[in-house]
Every structure is written in structure tokens, then in C-alpha cells.
Design a protein around this ligand. Structure first.
Ligand code: ZN
Length: 240
């Protein structure tokens, strides 16, 4: 091959490598296969997965990396327990629907006390659908203020009540989808909780996934896309 042609090919190859570095890799993976996010680095920098290395460019499988730093989850003072730290007990987040067309923290609290005989609202957060409360409004339950175990997901050893943050979206998602504003608020709340509590985004689950006796939060609840919406942003918390 003539030197000039070889040199042109080399320049082309180098440009492609540089371009892929700048724009980032295209993810072909689903949220279920994306490796655990790296935000543990905030607590343990030595366990952070390695960032891009020269080997990355020669691998055939795409490397899962944020294409650019997006920044940490937005801070929401109103979602923090007043006068307390977030308890280290939380290891998972359990998503629910209310299985009702309307409602809010106040009416669910009344129902849980009067019909179920519980001491207070079973969930930690409720996200409104525009009926009793504003569409997408995040209501903080009294349990979260006290950092008290939940009453929303009975499983073996009561694990998901003891260690799971319970979030309920108002609506019956066996019949219809959550509103776009509910999903946007949920995504924002999940990013916040993962960042503040150190829970891995892979530990976000739903009631029905851990308790086969229920279909909560319904077939129209977009579990996969919600998890995907949380993963990339949480992962960027490890970026320097
Ligand atoms: Zn449920």
C-alpha cells in the first residue's frame, strides 16, 4: 500500500476513535442488564468501577458509560425527613399503584387507619394524579418523616416493609397508564432517593415483582422505562 494511502487510512481510523470517545458509546443493553450504577463511589471511592481505558476502544461489545456528565440528582429539601437523617435501613424501593381512580395521602391515611387498623399511612410517599391532589405532586408520608418502617409490602420476614421505601402512585394501572407528570415526578424522586440513601437503582422494584400474590402496580405501569430513566443519571454521580 502506498505510504500516502496508508497515512490517509490511519488518519481516518484515528478520527473515528476520537469521535467515539467524544460522543460516547451507544447502549444496546436494557435496564435489566446494565451493571449496577457506580454511585457507591460517593461512599467508597475505592470500589468505583474503572472509567474508560484504552482497552475500551478495542472491545466489540459496547461499553455502558454516560455519554457526558449530566450532573447529580436535583436536591429536594422538601423530600428529606425534617430534623432527621435518612436511616441506613433502606436497601430497596417498592413501587405501588393505589388501585383506585382517585386519592391522595390524606384519604389513604384515613383508609389505612380505619379500614386496615394501621397506625398511619402505610406508604412513605404518594404521587397524585390530579384528583385529590395536583397531577404529579409528591406527598411525603408521616412514616418517612419518622424514618419508620413501612406497611405496604408484606413478604417473607417482612423484609420489604422493614427495608423498603414505599412509593404509591394514585391510579389503577391495570386499566390505564400513569400520567406523564406522575412518571416525571417518580423518576425525579427515585433519583433523589437513590442518591441520598445510597440505594442502587437496580434495587428499585415493584410490589408484584416481590409478591406474586398481587399484580400491583398493574400491567400498564412502565417498570422498565422507569428504571432506565433512573440509571444513567444516578451513575453520573460517580463522575469526577
Ligand atoms: Zn402495592
Amino acid at each position: 500500500m502506498p505510504i500516502r494511502e496508508r497515512s490517509t487510512r490511519w488518519v481516518l481510523f484515528t478520527s473515528m476513535v476520537v469521535a467515539s470517545t467524544v460522543t460516547g458509546c451507544v447502549s444496546l443493553e436494557t435496564a435489566e442488564t446494565i451493571p449496577p450504577p457506580a454511585f457507591y463511589a460517593r461512599h467508597n471511592p475505592n470500589k468505583r468501577p474503572p472509567l474508560s481505558t484504552s482497552k475500551s476502544y478495542t472491545r466489540k461489545r459496547p461499553i455502558i458509560q454516560p455519554s457526558r456528565p449530566i450532573g447529580p440528582a436535583r436536591h429536594h429539601e422538601e423530600w428529606l425527613p425534617v430534623g432527621r437523617r435518612i436511616s441506613p435501613r433502606w436497601t430497596t424501593i417498592v413501587l405501588h399503584h393505589s388501585a383506585t381512580q382517585r386519592g391522595g395521602a390524606k384519604s389513604f391515611d384515613k383508609f389505612h387507619r380505619e379500614a386496615r387498623g394501621w397506625d398511619e399511612l402505610g406508604y412513605h410517599f404518594v404521587i397524585g394524579n390530579g384528583t385529590d391532589t395536583r397531577d404529579g405532586l409528591v406527598e411525603v408520608g408521616s412514616r418517612w418523616q419518622k424514618q419508620k418502617t413501612g406497611a405496604h409490602c408484606k413478604t417473607a420476614g417482612n423484609y420489604h416493609n422493614k427495608h423498603g421505601i414505599g412509593i404509591c402512585l394514585v391510579g389503577d394501572f391495570t386499566k390505564s397508564k400513569p400520567t406523564p407528570k406522575q412518571l416525571a415526578s417518580l423518576s425525579e424522586l427515585l433519583r433523589f432517593l437513590c442518591a441520598e440513601s445510597g440505594i442502587s437503582a437496580n434495587m428499585i422494584t415493584s410490589h408484584g415483582l416481590v409478591d406474586p400474590k398481587t399484580r400491583c402496580p398493574g400491567k400498564h405501569f412502565p417498570m422498565l422505562s422507569i428504571r432506565k430513566s433512573v440509571l444513567p443519571r444516578v451513575a453520573t454521580l460517580s463522575q469526577p
